[in-house]
Each structure stands twice: as structure tokens, then as C-alpha cells.
Design a protein around this ligand. Structure first.
Ligand SMILES: Nc1ncnc2c1ncn2[C@@H]1O[C@H](COP(=O)(O)OP(=O)(O)OP(=O)(O)O)[C@@H](O)[C@H]1O
Ligand SMILES: [Mg+2]
Length: 347
């Protein structure tokens, strides 16, 4: 049983609250991601699950077993550290074998597992190399093989892709994901990269300042962020403080947007792809005259910044439309914002 349940977990370092009020249930076989900015407590929670630090309060269960006070070596949890933490003076095989020696596996079993996991991560032929003779991507694979070799019930990955260049990161992302699915191993993946979180995860937990503020599928979190922090952190957005009443959000004296709901709140969030160019003849609500401020071409899409009176909006248009090429900086245009794409947020 590889389900992980954290109940009311809190960890302090001196006066610093590293994490508090953490209640999470991670399902067996799930690819679960912790997403949040630097210092929000992601590594601390992994270390608590692995048993390298103890919580001030709360419990941790792995399957039915309460592991809160169990020694790290007995937890059947594998961890790939943020900086890999490989043993620099050992070979690739020596690193992969390390946890198996701690577990006092027989020589034969150790050799079999080293071969199996070296092959799984694509490092056959590298067994006798020293760690200092490997690239960043190869080191990342050794770290992964080392943590998989003990055949843990739970795999903890602390920003394993952050040291890799963009192309290798893309490749490792899909390799890691397919390996995880193949092994069916419960995996907690830490990142502060929203693309990684959205593309790889079954569910994502978003953290801010030691607290978990939202848990959901990537689609849920993207479409229904619980507050302005999540809306900004997951995907690009136009976020405005607004005076919201009677189904209208006033962004300034000059700009008022009509809403689909009568909901109250303090902010509105509109994704850049939910604003489109329109015409003066468009008689839907929320069509505004605007002036184009900047145009940024990014290959597959074009980002426009336009001004409606004193308020700037960003629009992203896929680079398939001939419209993209006709619009120029300084031009007078119209934009349309669909009411249903506007999210009203309390905080
Ligand atoms: N050993 C420690 N001693 C004292 N404070 C610590 C220790 N480890 C972490 N902290 C503090 O606890 C908080 C959470 O740290 P943590 O390493 O969990 O953050 P993180 O989300 O993993 O950040 P990053 O994305 O930068 O890795 C931070 O304020 C950090 O300074
Ligand atoms: Mg960290």
C-alpha cells in the first residue's frame, strides 16, 4: 500500500514555520506534485515523509501504517534530492547499490538490482564511471536509479529536473512520467515550475508560506484558482483589484466589466487567451475600444498589450490567425472579453 496521508503536520525551525496545518491524502500510484515558490516548505514536507526530520505535531501514514516515528531506513521511501546528493567518490554502480547495502541485501540481489535499474534509466555502460565524469542529466539518472533500486513504496522527487537544460528537461519529463506509470509507484514531485506541474501531475498541491492553499487536478486548478496567488502562479493571467457589485467589476472610473455572476469578491482574473480582438459592430457585453501598446512574437503565439482607457490588458493569440499580422503598435482596435471566462476572487 503506497498511499500517503499527512494529518495536521507542522514543522518549525527555531521561530521559522517551515510548514503548518498540512492535511494531504496522496493516493496509491498517484503522480502528485507540490508546487510553490522558493521557501514555501516543499522540501521540508518531503523530508518529513522520508523521515529525515520530525514534525512538531501531526501524523504521517504510509498505507495503514503510522510511520511518524519510524526511522528513515525502515520507511520504504526513496528520495531524489534537490542537488542529487550523489556520493562523488563512488562509481555509478556504487551509488545505485548504496541503499541496498544499508538494507543488507545479498551480493547477488544487489548485483541484479543495480543492473536492472541502471538499464531502466539508460545508463548501461556507465557503471564504472565516477560521478564527476557525468553530465548533469546523467547524474540525475543515477540519483533516480539509486532511489528506485531500494524498490520503495513511495518515490519523492525534489526538483529533479531543475538543473537540466530546457531540451533535456523536456525529454526527462516524459521519460520520468512514463517510468512512473510503468512502475505504478506513488510519486511526490516537487517543483516551482508550473509547466512541469501541469503536464506531469494527476493532482497538484499549491503551497504558499508553509501552507497548502489548493489541491486539485491541473485542469481544476488552472480553471478554478481559489485566490489571486494561485491564479498568478498557475499560468499567466490578467489580475485586477476591482470594486465588484451588482454583477459589475469596476477596474477604474472609466472601465467597468460586466460579469456572469452576482458573486462578490475583491479581484478578477482573466486569462490572456480569453480576450480576443473584435469589432465596433460586436454587440456582446464587454467589447471595448483599445489601443495596441506592445506586440511580442513568441513563435507559436503572439502576445499583445492593449490599453482600454487607463487599464492595460494582455491578450495571447495563437499564431495561426492572419489577424496577427495585420495589427500594429499604436493601432485602434476593439477587444472582447467573454463574461464566462472572468473569475471573481476573494483574496
Ligand atoms: N535546516 C533548516 N534550518 C532552518 N531553517 C530551515 C531549514 N530548512 C528549511 N528552513 C526554512 O524553512 C522554510 C521552508 O524551506 P524549504 O526548504 O522547505 O522550502 P522549499 O519550498 O523547498 O524552497 P526551494 O524551492 O527554495 O527549495 C524556509 O523559510 C527555510 O529557510
Ligand atoms: Mg526545496
Amino acid at each position: 500500500m503506497g498511499a500517503v496521508v499527512l494529518r495536521d503536520i507542522e514543522k518549525l525551525y527555531g521561530d521559522t514555520i517551515a510548514c503548518t496545518d498540512i492535511n494531504l491524502s496522496i493516493n496509491e500510484g498517484e503522480f502528485f506534485t507540490f508546487l510553490g515558490p522558493s521557501g514555501c516548505g516543499k522540501t521540508t514536507i518531503l523530508r518529513l515523509i522520508a523521515g529525515f526530520v520530525q514534525p512538531k505535531k501531526g501524523t504521517i501514514h504510509l498505507g495503514r501504517r503510522d510511520i511518524t516515528n519510524l526511522e528513515a531506513e525502515k520507511r520504504q521511501v526513496g528520495m531524489v534530492f534537490q542537488n542529487y546528493a550523489l556520493f562523488p567518490f563512488m562509481t555509478v554502480a556504487g551509488n545505485i547499490e548504496y541503499g541496498l547495502k544499508i538494507q543488507k541485501k545479498s551480493k547477488k540481489e544487489r548485483a541484479e538490482r543495480v543492473e536492472k535499474y541502471t538499464e531502466m534509466v539508460g545508463l548501461i555502460g556507465f557503471e564504472h564511471r565516477n560521478i564527476s565524469e557525468l553530465s548533469g542529466g546523467e547524474q540525475q539518472r543515477v540519483a533516480l536509479a539509486r532511489s528506485l533500486a531500494i524498490e520503495p513504496k513511495v518515490l519523492l522527487l525534489d526538483e529533479p529536473l531543475s538543473n537540466l537544460d530546457a531540451r533535456l528537461r523536456d525529454r526527462m519529463r516524459s521519460e520520468l512520467k512514463s517510468l512512473q506509470k510503468k512502475l505504478g509507484i506513488t510519486t511526490i514531485f516537487v517543483t516551482h515550475d508550473q509547466t512541469e506541474a501541469l503536464t506531469m501531475s494527476d493532482r497538484v498541491a499549491v503551497f504558499e508560506k508553509g501552507r497548502c492553499i489548493q489541491v486539485g487536478s491541473p485542469e481544476e486548478i488552472y480553471a478554478h484558482p481559489i485566490n489571486s496567488f494561485v491564479a498568478r502562479f498557475i499560468g499567466d493571467t490578467n489580475l485586477f483589484a476591482a470594486d465588484i457589485k451588482n454583477g459589475t467589476a469596476s477596474l477604474s472610473d472609466m472601465v467597468a466589466i460586466s460579469l456572469e455572476t452576482q458573486a462578490s469578491g475583491r479581484f478578477i482574473s482573466i486569462r490572456p487567451q480569453d480576450i480576443v480582438f473584435s469589432t465596433a459592430q460586436d454587440d456582446r457585453p464587454n467589447v471595448f475600444p483599445a489601443k495596441v501598446d506592445t506586440i511580442q512574437f513568441d513563435g507559436s503565439s503572439v502576445e499583445y498589450s492593449v490599453k482600454v482607457h487607463d487599464i492595460s490588458f494582455r491578450l495571447t493569440i495563437l499564431n495561426t490567425s492572419t489577424l496577427c499580422h495585420n495589427i500594429t503598435v499604436g493601432e485602434d482596435v476593439h477587444i472582447a472579453i467573454a463574461e464566462k471566462s472572468i473569475k471573481v476572487l476573494d483574496s
